[in-house]
Design a protein around this ligand. Structure first.
Ligand code: ATP
Ligand code: MG
Ligand code: MG
Length: 550
């Protein structure tokens, strides 16, 4: 692990430990189980877990499941899997819904203190009464109900005596506050819905701004880290902790959320992509979800290094997607074996090679790391090269194969193109070449030089494979000011290209999620979903080069 860099949140933690405000820090990662985690969540996960880790503290994984309508156990399971895959282990696993009883009791306490009241205004009326930044709010006609009346009504709400939306419980704070969040926010609403954890036990559910501070306080969270949009909810957060007389007093600290170019980063939008079949599920390799990145072939190390590099700050910014790719390449360059794959095959017949001979050639698995060993690569009379590595009428400075030219085959021999075979439509179907046995790789041949080195696979032994190449899912179009356009109008119609080609014979042992560097093509992952006993499917993780520098 790289030493962690300093940031303003870490400085707060250091101060709080030095001053004795806290003996131990406890952070939490509090996802709502209403979708799969994305790379933005990874930023928060890395921040919370590593912060606690660095100061020997604890981190809870807490499912913020206070809204029954959108939550599901499928999401709960996926979130656990993703956090662990990223390399983190929570100290405690909690469900906010386990605190419903306690939250209810604290609401009763607020009512008894005259700090909460049952209100019969409709949602529209509440919004209207709330006022705006320039217009003070107007008090609800129900604001001055007696404690007894409020207690009786709140209990009746809990018993299911009212319909959805008929009544709410509101905190009684200040309708003239310059902060709109403090103008008697709704803290409980009626929802006759089954909850994934509590079933039909409750028909009233706490609102986020009321529930979250209580969840943090109940768990003894010391530093409650959230994104910037909650900055002006902080006075309400503190109000709830204080008025509910919570023993523990967590501190809310806000940081800027992660945004990345060429993608969307909100569960609501990602869910839309899944529901409308724009992508092949939450784990589609084009999705910025952890599940999608994993299936694409991205490693947890790359994500962690990316999150550390982007750092933690208070100002909004958009991070270039290429930066994540940089960390993927850096990690995979060290780890992944090299191999050859032909994505768009063109057959080459080596006319002077013995008919039934197969010889085994040796190739290093990683030129930068001899400990990764070597492999045996079969070679025979017929091979495949990339269609793009041959041109009948090449421009100047084209060093690959063309009639009369000689190139090197990686790990094998020099070959020279003598004849181009076409079908009746003039399409090139194969090349006839000759090889020079003197030029065998590894023999130290220096007789003459060639400028191009091509990769290839042996036609007889190669394994057919499918290759899935990805481009960004979303085209960033900064020119559109058209308000009616949504992110769905910016979907890249060419984000997936599927090719049928071949990989080296020794890939028959490749397993799902194995990662390779295909010579000249980039890094590829064995797709866990579409790969079968009979068919290898590869996802391109990233191409080899990028101009991106950090
Ligand atoms: P979304 O808007 O994508 O639905 P959310 O904020 O509603 O995300 P939660 O499940 O509530 O998702 O988030 C869990 C935690 O992850 C929160 O603490 C939140 O601040 C953090 N988080 C979510 N998105 C990002 C992001 N883009 N960058 C950093 N942190 C994020
Ligand atoms: Mg949310
Ligand atoms: Mg959100």
């Amino acid at each position: 692990n790289k030493p962690s860099t300093s940031n303003f949140i870490k400085n707060i933690v250091i101060q709080d430990l030095e001053s004795g405000k806290h003996k131990e820090i406890i952070t939490r990662f509090p996802p709502e189980p209403n979708g799969y985690l994305h790379i933005g969540h990874a930023k928060s996960i890395v921040l919370n877990f590593e912060l606690a880790d660095e100061f020997n503290g604890k981190t809870n994984l807490r499912f913020d499941d206070t809204n029954p309508t959108k939550e599901d156990t499928e999401y709960v399971e996926s979130i656990k899997e993703d956090v662990q895959w990223l390399g983190f282990q929570w100290d405690n696993l909690y469900f906010a819904s386990d605190y419903f009883e306690e939250m209810y009791n604290r609401a009763v306490l607020l009512i008894r203190k005259g700090k909460a009241y049952v209100c019969d205004l409709s949602p529209e009326e509440i919004r209207h009464y709330r006022g705006t930044l320039t217009k003070p709010g107007k008090e609800s006609p129900y604001r001055n109900r007696t404690v007894e009346e409020n207690l009786a009504l709140f209990e009746a709400m809990g018993r299911g005596e009212f319909k959805d939306g008929e009544k709410v419980l509101r905190a009684k704070i200040d309708m003239a506050s310059p902060n709109l969040n403090m103008r008697d926010p709704v803290i409980y609403r009626i929802l006759h819905e089954s909850h994934h954890n509590t079933g039909d036990k409750w028909c009233i559910y706490p609102m986020y701004d009321y529930a979250h501070p209580l969840e943090d306080a109940i768990e003894g969270i010391t530093h409650s880290i959230c994104t910037l949009e909650f900055e002006d909810h902080r006075p309400l957060y503190d109000w709830v902790i204080q008025e509910c007389e919570m023993e523990s007093q967590p501190q809310q600290i806000e940081f800027a959320r992660l945004n990345v170019t060429n993608t969307v980063m909100s569960k609501r939008k990602l869910k839309q992509l899944v529901d409308e079949n724009v992508t092949d599920g939450w784990d589609d390799p084009r999705m910025p979800t952890i599940a999608g990145l994993r299936r694409r072939g991205c490693t947890p190390e790359a994500i962690r290094n990316f999150c550390r590099e982007i750092g933690v700050a208070k100002n909004h910014s958009v991070v270039d997607a290429q930066m994540l790719e940089h960390f993927i390449r850096e990690d995979l360059n060290a780890k992944s074996p090299r191999t050859m794959a032909i994505l768009k095959p063109l057959k080459v017949v080596i006319t002077n090679y013995p008919e039934d001979q197969v010889e085994m050639l040796e190739g290093e698995n990683n030129p930068d790391d001899p400990s990764m060993g070597t492999r045996q690569i079969p070679f025979s009379k017929e091979i495949y090269i990339e269609e793009e590595d041959f041109m009948e009428n090449p421009p100047k400075k084209y060093f690959r194969l063309f009639p009369g030219n000689e190139v090197r085959l990686k790990h094998a021999y020099f070959i020279k193109c003598n004849e181009v075979i076409k079908d009746e439509n003039g399409k090139i179907i194969e090349l006839h070449c000759t090889y020079d046995p003197e030029t065998k790789s590894g023999t130290g041949f220096t007789g003459r030089k060639v400028k191009g080195t091509l990769h290839w696979v042996d036609a007889k032994n190669a394994i057919p494979a499918e290759f899935r190449l990805y481009e960004p899912l979303i085209l960033d179009d900064n020119n559109t000011e058209d308000e009616n356009k949504t992110f769905l109008d910016q979907i890249n119609p060419n984000s997936l290209e599927v090719l049928e080609g071949f990989v080296e014979a020794n890939m028959k042992t490749a397993k799902r999620q194995d990662k390779f560097q295909f010579f000249r093509h980039g890094y590829f992952n064995v797709d866990p979903k579409y790969t079968t006993e009979d068919k290898l499917v590869f996802n391109r993780i990233v191409s080899l080069k990028s101009s991106f520098k950090i």
